[in-house]
Design a protein around this ligand. Structure first.
Ligand code: PLP
Length: 404
């Protein structure tokens, strides 16, 4: 078992007071907190080896380049990619998805179909809509049921030889549903379609194995896995990355430039134009090391207990309804209380130091499905405790008394 109190001391922000109360941070679905080792690594990079990468022959530039490329290899191992050049640094999940949709702009034709799930974050909906508008392809939606689970029978029916790509999150940020991505990948491949998995909510809880999943693209954000903001990864199968055109033009992504013609650099540099977030990329590797040291089995065990305990305690509250009741879910609880706007609860419990997310969670179609303006979302991390859940329950009860 994890020594949670000891782990909490790794995170300086967790011992802060907010509004005069000890911080209870339950907004991990939006971003995770950062351990000291990550903060130190940022300072260390800038105070010891800061230089531009892949350019100079001077010592610092080589140290920075080596550290950046070592981090790429570390991430390759973490997600079990076949080649390190299949691991692209991005500024986050949104960037990764846009890189892929931009590439598909030169592949899709009118009449082609893109399947997107009803459970998606806006960043995995809007770029595909833009792509369809540009190419004349059609966007089709894989529907969900009342539990917040995608309906596989409907998915099977939507798939056809017209389907060129399927896009789905591994885990829903709004409801916590774990989607059957192995099945979905297999089925997509049967009709010759590619599949992109949005792993932004999965990577904080598990270690994806992209070769075993056999997905064509897998994207995630560094800031949700204890790393810095403005970092992320796009994994793409080599054959796909070779097929897609570059996303941005600029320095670093070329082999040779003349005014007549430019040839592009090999992977991964073809997709990494300009000076990247060097410190961020290096420190993302440090964050991943930190999580692996804690161990994903331990993380899952702790989060499972928090999910069970939090669900049980919340359901003690009169008129409280939980959205997202899939059998397979992570430590995210989305809820509402009869007759009270989620925003009002969120505001009142913030005064008690409790940080939760309220609103549509960048997933308005899910809120429309349930016919609600939004929910209150408590998303737990391995560094949270049952005592913190008790504090939230007290605060929510108090808010309910004040508002009804
Ligand atoms: C957070 C999130 C995103 C967007 O990630 P950014 O870091 O904002 O780019 C996309 N999809 C899901 C499921 C998310 O949780």
């Amino acid at each position: 078992m994890l020594d949670i109190q000891k782990i909490r001391t790794d995170f300086p922000i967790l011992s802060q007071k907010v509004n005069g109360k000890p911080l209870v941070y339950f907004d991990n679905g939006a971003t995770s907190q950062k351990p000291q080792i990550v903060l130190d690594a940022i300072t260390k990079y800038y105070s010891e080896i800061n230089a531009n990468i892949h350019r100079g022959v001077h010592t610092l530039s080589q140290l920075a380049t080596d550290a950046y490329e070592e981090s790429r290899k570390k991430i390759q191992t973490h997600i079990n990619a076949k080649f390190s050049h299949e691991v692209l640094f991005t500024s986050g999940t949104t960037h990764g998805i846009n890189l892929v949709t931009n590439g598909f702009g030169s592949i899709l034709k009118p009449g082609d179909e893109v399947l997107v799930s009803a459970l998606e974050h806006h960043s995995n909906i809007v770029p595909w809509q833009m792509l369809c508008e540009k190419t004349g392809a059609t966007l089709k939606v894989i529907p969900m049921d009342e539990n917040g689970e995608l309906i596989m029978l409907e998915y099977d029916k939507l798939l056809s030889e017209k389907t060129k790509i399927v896009t789905v999150n591994h885990i829903s940020n709004a409801l916590g549903t774990i989607n059957p991505i192995e099945y979905m990948t297999e089925k997509a491949h049967e009709v010759g379609a590619a599949i992109l998995i949005d792993g932004a909510q999965a990577t904080p809880h598990l270690k994806p194995d992209v070769q075993e999943l056999d997905c064509d693209f897998y994207v995630f954000s560094g800031h949700k896995i204890c790393g810095p903001t403005g970092t992320g990864i796009l994994y793409g199968k080599e054959e796909w990355l070779n097929k897609l055109p570059p996303y941005q033009g600029g320095g670093e992504m070329i082999k040779e430039v003349t005014f007549e013609k430019t040839t592009y650099a090999d992977l991964p540099h073809k997709f990494e134009a300009g000076t990247p977030n060097i410190a961020g990329g290096i420190v993302l590797g440090v964050a991943i090391d930190y999580l692996n040291k804690i161990g994903f089995e331990n993380i899952q065990q702790q989060e499972k207990e928090l999910l069970e305990y939090g669900t049980k305690r919340l359901l003690e509250i009169d008129g409280l309804k939980i959205y997202g009741t899939s059998k397979e879910k992570t430590s995210v609880i989305s809820f509402n209380i009869d007759g009270i706007h989620p925003y009002d609860i969120g505001t009142i419990i913030d005064k008690q130091g409790i940080a939760v997310r309220t609103g549509h969670h960048c997933a308005q179609p899910i809120m429309n499905f349930f016919g609600i303006p939004g929910t209150i979302r408590a998303s737990f991390s391995f560094y949270n405790t049952k005592e913190e859940i008790d504090l939230m329950i007290e605060a929510v009860k108090k808010a309910q008394r004040m508002l009804s």
